[in-house]
Design a protein around this ligand. Sequence first.
Ligand SMILES: Cc1cc2nc3c(=O)[nH]c(=O)nc-3n(C[C@H](O)[C@H](O)[C@H](O)COP(=O)(O)OP(=O)(O)OC[C@H]3O[C@@H](n4cnc5c(N)ncnc54)[C@H](O)[C@@H]3O)c2cc1C
Length: 397
Amino acid sequence: MTPPAQHDVLVLGGGNAGLSLAGRLRRDGCRDVAVVEPKDVHEYRPLLSYVAAGMATVDDLTRPQDDVVPDGVRRYADRVVGVDAERSVVRLAGGTELGYGDLAVCPGAEVDWDAVPGAQEAVGTPHAATSYVTGLAAKTWTMLSSLTSGRVVFAVSARHVPCFPVAYKPLFVAADHWRRAGVLDAIDIQLVVEAHRLVDDPRAEPALRAAADRYGVHVRTGTRLDSVDAADRTVRLRGQHGTSTTAYDALYVAPPHRAPGWIADSGLATPESDGFVAVDPRTLQHVAHPRVWGLGDAAAVDAMPSGGALRRQVPVVARNIQARRKGTPMQHYDGYTVAPVTTSRRELLLAEYDREGRPDPGFPLVDLARPRGSLLLFDRYLQPPIYWRRLVQGKVS
Ligand SMILES: Cc1cc2nc3c(=O)[nH]c(=O)nc-3n(C[C@H](O)[C@H](O)[C@H](O)COP(=O)(O)OP(=O)(O)OC[C@H]3O[C@@H](n4cnc5c(N)ncnc54)[C@H](O)[C@@H]3O)c2cc1C
């Protein structure tokens, strides 16, 4: 049997986490970095919320994968099917085996339709949609913007949803649209949030509540979407006081997510990590396999997954790979995460906090948790070029 091709650092998944890390390792002088990524198109996923809010198109968020893989990084256009951490070998769907010095596991999370019976069937109808599936994001705005009366339910799960407060972006932009169209009073807007707060940043919560009050949104926190009956157009909700059934004319879902199954099948998860890569949330090193690292949406890092969180996770993993090799002290990820939320068609606030829920503002001199027009322009128009030119190229400090 031929021995597997060997790479100094092998990265599984060429999304935000994988490409940022690969680029950063190359910048730090690592000569042999390879990424396994099956998709030929790379997505800047934060723009999906703007597609769902009628402020961007899917074309705006996609680039050919090979154009964005950082220089000097080899890409395997294949899918990982398993990792044998005892032998330090990764198996690909096409039958190739790859060996590694260090392994970074970052294949993201996937929508868990099984967790909400009926939801997948519902988003196949014109009356329900989500921004969490690329092919359904544009339909979200078609559905919301054409509503002139009736009840709309926005159901936002807290189970591993990447950057879940961004699900309020289509809500507030749509409410603004209904207000300008003169139909806001004819629409009953129900926001059902599984978490106990709209966002874990105590500075941003009042501003989001104020925006909800302004548009007459009925907010129910601590309530989850249990199931959907697409034929009857009803949702079953479960809160502290039991279950209830509500009819809808339009339904937006931010569905629960789960880790790819091969992570647990490869022994890289623990019962506590719920199928996600079991890492020390500070060093991002695997709890049982010192040469395996986890970051991004697929890793159990005890913080809300977000692209912004990767700006801190990527340098930590890059430095800790070197620290492990040299036997020097490791750096820590503090659980920083961020959620940009529009409060109207013109304004946006930034919720930034650490894993204890403490505010962790990137620019402490300006209160970015207050809605601002300049922040919306930054998030919608400046952040994407920064992503393509800097973040996925590993220019993260
Ligand atoms: C609708 C939406 C809006 C968002 N808005 C924001 C925002 O405004 N701000 C913010 O900070 N964050 C936002 N996020 C979160 C952000 O996009 C994610 O946190 C970030 O993309 C995570 O990067 P990742 O590399 O871990 O996962 P991903 O970006 O999902 O990339 C994972 C990659 O792994 C690949 N992969 C999967 N399985 C395999 C396999 N078996 N083998 C090899 N490769 C595989 C996939 O093809 C994919 O390219 C949003 C996310 C969504 C979905």
